[in-house]
Design a protein. Structure first.
Length: 552
């Protein structure tokens, strides 16, 4: 056996070590590098995502089809930015057609079928959705494109946020509670899975409390209250109802300040649950996305002096009732203010001084201002995403204006969310607001109502609400104004004249929301007065490029 000199053995070991390290380095590089388009037939991540979305497109070999548009959100826009987006060719600045393979809408309606006639025989508006299709191709040509558009990510709640840190207060009747519970269940966090056992602290400690004050009850009302409580528990919501004697409704509403603080102290002393925010609301106040509300509250210091609310949109209402936080939109009161409103003698002092005010919300506003030693105007922090909605009649123009909604109000009384011919526009109006809640959850609360404008103003999408074909393209100046579809009340924001349906415009309103992919792809269905349908495929997935391989 030949023994190598020590120096030779060392060099040999070093060569082996270097070769081994090179092999490891190559392996790491190979498995962490994205596949090369020159050497791999696999899709890149963006191509794969696009192919997945296009699978939801109709094809020109299907004679009857549903006009479909795919919108893929960037999830990079601030909630209040890009509320109206003109969809343009990329690269370039030319307007994008809404249905690129069809004639412009005939009589303001999208074609629902593919023409089978020759080009020479085809009448305008019948559709040219099968142009350029290879007869040997079974699937035919896909009839929609993917448009990447500005959008916001889903609202992120503050770090350390607890739903139980919020308490809602309402003054109403057992019957109205029972009627509104299905709507409350759309936005109030609930036990998962339901039902809720209110005696189990481990369940109630994770939920916001809804404290309801009612007038003194007769036996029938007591039975209805019990039924409402059982129904709420069955839905997983933490609701408590208490009777409170009061001369009038406004006084009972103001009494929420006292009752909510008492309950907050009890929960903290007995259960260790701290309440930071007290929200006065009406039984028809609706928060489309609770996470948006949580984010808003998290932007303030709950220990500070904060009275957050909004004025009525109606100039007449504000002229009559003043500069106060209007309760239907939600009045957000910090722990710091609520504690001071309940210092010894303060609540009674406020009642004596402001008890004649019209509206419990006015009493709350003035009492908060008193403890802050400010005027009501200076005490109130205005939040434009809260909406009182003091409008009458047809409310559709308001919801097509691109506004951002943390709350809305009066959905079942003062105005209609949808026209009477809509599936949810008459009868049980809870169906309409429930549909709005589903759409807001699907697209993300910050994106609901965001507008995407095609064909230079010819087609306007109010995301999660409507698709409108305009007889005359809307300009940017016109889009900056709300279409005045309601009556009676003039608003603070600019308006433009209302338009006649089927003559000046044709509108497809949302009728259904379906999740087609668990990762976050939704089909939003819309119908017009004739029952014709158009769909929006909304992609809210996190499609940011990810690292490849073992070490991602």
């Amino acid at each position: 056996m030949v023994t190598l000199p020590t120096g030779h053995r060392f060099r040999l070991h070093m060569r082996h070590l270097i070769a081994f390290l090179c092999l490891i380095s190559f392996t790491i590089y190979y498995f962490n590098s994205p596949p090369s388009t020159a050497t791999s037939a696999r899709f890149s991540p963006s191509q794969a995502e696009t192919a997945k979305l296009l699978a939801y497109c109709p094809h020109s070999t299907s004679r009857k089809h549903i006009p479909t548009v795919i919108l893929q959100g960037t999830q990079t826009a601030a909630p209040d930015a890009n509320r109206t987006v003109f969809v343009l060719e990329q690269p370039g600045d030319q307007p994008v057609p809404f249905l690129p393979y069809a004639y412009p809408p005939r009589e303001l309606r999208f074609a629902q079928t593919v023409s089978v006639q020759d080009e020479a025989k085809r009448r305008p508006g019948a559709g040219r959705l099968n142009d350029g299709v290879n007869s040997d191709d079974e699937r035919g040509q896909q009839l929609c494109k993917v448009h990447r558009v500005a959008s916001s990510p889903r609202p992120q709640v503050p770090e350390g946020w607890k739903d139980s840190s919020v308490m809602f207060g309402m003054s109403t009747t057992p019957d109205r509670v029972l009627a509104n519970l299905p709507v409350w269940s759309q936005w109030i966090p609930s036990a998962k899975p339901p039902p809720l056992d209110p005696s189990v602290k481990a369940m109630t400690s994770k939920l916001p409390l809804v404290l309801v004050l009612t007038p003194p009850q007769n036996p029938t009302e007591t039975a209805r209250a019990r039924e409402a409580m059982e129904e709420a528990n069955g839905m997983g919501m933490f609701v408590e109802m208490r009777q409170r004697e009061a001369e009038r409704f406004e006084t009972r509403y103001f009494a929420l300040a006292e009752e909510m603080w008492k309950e907050a102290k009890r929960r903290e002393e007995e259960d260790g649950i701290r309440t930071d925010w007290f929200i006065f609301s009406d039984d028809d106040t609706f928060f489309p996305d609770f996470d948006s509300l949580a984010r808003l509250l998290g932007s303030y210091d709950a220990n500070g002096d904060w009275l957050v609310g909004t004025l009525s949109e109606s100039t007449k209402q504000v002229a009559q009732w003043g500069h106060i936080a209007y309760g239907g939109a939600g009045i957000l009161v910090s722990r710091g203010i609520m504690r001071r409103m309940n210092d010894e003698g303060v609540w009674n002092r406020c009642l004596a001084k402001f008890g004649a005010s019209f509206g419990g919300d006015a009493m709350v506003t003035h009492c908060a201002a008193l403890v802050m030693e400010k005027s009501a105007e200076d005490a109130l922090t205005l939040e434009p995403t809260l909406h009182q909605l003091d409008i009458r009649g047809d409310g559709t123009g308001f919801f097509q204006s691109g506004f951002l909604f943390t709350s809305l109000h009066h959905w079942g009384s003062w105005f209609t969310l949808f026209p009477p011919w809509h599936e949810s526009g008459a009868g049980d109006l809870r169906k309409g607001i429930t549909l709005v809640g589903k759409a807001a959850k699907a697209v993300g609360g910050d994106n609901w109502g965001r507008r995407y404008v095609f064909e230079g103003g010819k087609v306007v999408v109010a995301l999660g609400y409507s698709v409108t074909i305009e007889a005359k393209p809307l300009t940017q100046a016109e889009l900056d104004k709300s279409e005045h579809t309601w009556w009676e009340f003039e608003t603070f924001h600019p308006i433009r004249p209302g338009q006649e349906e089927a003559l000046d415009k044709r509108t497809y309103y949302v009728t259904g929301v379906r999740q087609v992919d668990a990762a976050g792809i939704y089909r939003i269905e819309h119908k017009n007065r004739e029952g014709e349908r158009v769909d929006i495929i909304w992609d809210q997935r996190d499609t940011k490029p990810k690292k490849h391989g073992w070490f991602s």
